[in-house]
Write a protein that binds this ligand. Structure first.
Ligand SMILES: [Zn+2]
Length: 98
């Protein structure tokens, strides 16, 4: 299990060695879609981006996730697959591999 620690956007971008599972969420666009940035839970240091909606799954032809709106105990549905690195769920602030 890897803790999902909410960090400031600048800290996330400036420190590529920031801890696995750290994340922040950009401001919503006109359609309410937000980009959640996360550091791959596997520990490789790679950043990933997910298209999320606060309380809804954005209707788009691209992959998207429903986010519970929490930065303290975030939950995403469905599962997150950082291809070749990690596959699991972000639930109640914990990245749990499956
Ligand atoms: Zn990785």
């Amino acid at each position: 299990m890897v803790k999902a620690v909410h960090v400031h956007k600048d800290a996330f971008h400036e420190d590529a060695s920031s801890q696995p599972g750290s994340f922040f969420v950009d401001e919503p666009d006109a359609g309410g879609v937000q980009i959640l940035w996360y550091r791959c839970p596997c520990g490789c240091g790679a950043a990933g981006v997910l298209r999320v909606g606060n309380g809804f799954k954005p209707a788009t032809d691209k992959p998207s996730w429903s986010w519970n709106g929490s930065t303290d105990a975030p939950t995403l549905v469905p599962s997150v697959h950082h291809v070749g690195h990690w596959h699991g769920f972000l639930t109640d602030g914990e990245w749990r591999s499956c």
